[in-house]
Design a protein around this ligand. Structure first.
Ligand code: A3P
Length: 301
């Protein structure tokens, strides 16, 4: 759906004809405010920037695609839901492209892949909370490769990995450049730690309890002593584990509006899987590029 250009308004067509553009193997990409989008995503970004009305309690989960968004979403929902008695109507997915957001109960939870400066157009000066999850770029690449092959309904094929690698390195990649996406949130979290939290997938894997407590504190719903003693942290981690999420009926059988099976959002969930798939040359080239891009930012690679 995000690839279609035929249903764009005249205004958007005029805008996109003035933007730098290129093609990748999925379609045409446009650079808007420093980030690459397919036409329909660009339309969504524009509509959001023009019409979105933030509420003070809004929470935004942000990421570069394949960085652990679904996991972070599940953890956030579980943390918020524990404050309510009724948790039966929670759904991680939304199948309408034009939902009436004013009807959502608060706190409203959104997720996005847009970089922080573009997200802040409507959110500027709003006290809402933004949580970003950052993942090792090489694992993101490999995760994206598996996901793309599934999306394209292709066998796992090295040429898709190679073209994804080239796009990633050139920066011309959906929601990229990768490092611009990450650095926008990294800098935002340093400037405004009360409103922007920077999390790392690898830390969520290596010290899940500490990270989920950090998330709860940031969201203003820390675990009480009684909850901690009652094992609430572990219960939430178990509920949101890859095994538990992937065995939920909706995740086994459901699909997105553009026909991606939810099951594709759950694969291995490991740190370092890229070692099994990237050549040493690919590995070195990515290290060189990203180290250079992160230089001086204080973000450790
Ligand atoms: P892999 O393909 O490396 O397994 P996103 O949600 O941003 O699309 O990211 C998808 C990646 O997160 C996939 O990585 C997926 O397996 C992993 N993932 C999904 N749920 C997870 C969970 N509960 N715990 C850890 N990793 C998870």
């Amino acid at each position: 759906d995000h690839l279609r250009e035929d249903n764009l308004s005249e205004e958007t067509k005029t805008l996109i004809s003035s933007l730098p553009s290129t093609k990748d193997f999925l379609g045409k990409l446009y650079n808007y405010q420093g980030c690459w989008y397919y036409p329909n995503t660009l339309l969504g970004v524009r509509n959001f920037q023009k019409g979105f009305k933030p509420q003070e309690t809004d929470i935004v989960i942000a990421s570069f695609p394949k960085s652990g968004t679904t996991w972070l979403k599940a953890l956030t929902v579980a943390l918020l839901e524990r404050l309510k008695n009724n948790s039966s109507n929670t759904n991680l997915y939304l199948n309408s492209s034009t939902p009436d957001l004013t009807k959502f109960s608060s706190p409203r939870l959104f997720s996005t892949h847009m970089p922080l400066h573009t997200l802040q157009v409507p959110f500027k000066d709003s006290p809402c909370k933004i949580v970003y999850v950052c993942r090792d770029v090489k694992d993101v690449l490999v995760s994206q490769w598996f996901f793309r092959c599934a999306y394209l309904q292709k066998e796992l094929n090295k040429s898709v990995l190679e073209s994804s690698f080239e796009s990633l390195c050139s920066g011309v990649v959906y929601f990229g450049p990768f490092w611009e996406n990450v650095l926008s949130y990294w800098k935002g979290s340093l400037e405004d730690p009360e409103h922007v939290l920077f999390m790392r997938y690898e830390e969520m894997k290596s010290e899940p309890a500490a990270q989920v407590k950090r998330l709860a504190e940031f969201l203003g719903c820390p675990f009480t002593e009684e909850e901690e003693e009652g094992g609430s942290v572990d219960k939430i981690l178990e509920l949101c584990s890859l095994r538990s999420l992937s065995s939920m009926e909706i995740n086994k059988t459901g699909k997105t509006s553009n026909n991606v099976h939810y099951s594709n959002f759950f694969r291995k969930g490991e740190v370092g899987d890229s070692k099994n798939h990237l050549t040493p040359e690919m590995d070195n080239k990515i290290d060189m590029i990203v180290e250079e891009k992160y230089k001086g930012s204080g973000l450790k690679y």
